[in-house]
Design a protein around this ligand. Structure first.
Ligand code: COA
Length: 161
């Protein structure tokens, strides 16, 4: 039986946290350690993948985590993600990170990220995911970006085997 499709917005996920001194790096002007942001991005993107496949998903790859601006201790970090492309068992997720200075309300887009997850069935093996029903122009734009990244990855997989 064919699985019912889902729109990208059905996998919308949000993760927010206040950045603490213990999460800072060792720079002279400390900002938040990149690994903290990466872990939050992975968790939020995994939530999107799990929402799309209604089950468990494992991280296959991180195509991109761009650190555009540092995030400071005391700022509120918010991550927003959703599935942008699906293969048979894999899902490409786009995630954006925003940092907000709570004193001024100034909100910045600090990170742009792409990750790929694989849906695992109850037997722990890759399992098919629902088709993605693109709705908006932005859905189509992100789908194209993800399709290019997926082709590149698949080509690399062939050459590295
Ligand atoms: C993810 C994992 C289950 C895939 O296993 P696998 O034996 O490669 O499975 P498959 O060959 O069936 O591939 C599954 C999907 O991943 C994609 N894939 C697997 N390896 C890939 C690679 N090197 N490059 C690009 N895509 C790849 C396949 O194209 C397929 O997607 P599709 O069905 O949409 O086309 C396995 O690599 C794994 O367990 N990795 C460790 C995951 C992990 O520990 N993550 C961190 C903790 S969450």
């Amino acid at each position: 039986m064919r699985m019912k499709g889902k729109s990208p917005c059905e996998s919308n996920a949000i993760l927010a946290d206040l950045m603490m001194p213990s999460q800072a790096n060792g720079l002279r002007a400390p900002s938040i350690f990149g690994g903290v942001v990466m872990s939050m991005v992975d968790k939020c993107a995994a939530l999107s993948a799990m929402k799309h496949c209604s089950g468990q998903a494992t991280t296959l790859s991180v195509e991109r985590i761009l650190f555009k601006e540092p995030i400071m201790v005391g700022e509120l970090v918010e991550i927003r993600s959703h599935v942008a492309h699906v293969g048979r068992t894999s899902m490409s997720v786009v995630a954006d990170v925003y940092a907000e200075d709570l004193r001024t309300g100034n909100r910045r887009h600090t990170n742009a990220c792409w990750l790929t997850f694989v849906h695992l069935g109850d037997d722990g093996k890759p399992a098919p995911v629902p088709p993605l029903l693109l709705e908006t122009e932005e859905d189509h734009r992100l789908h194209k970006v993800a399709a290019v990244m997926r082709e590149r990855q698949l080509a690399e997989r062939q050459t590295k085997r």
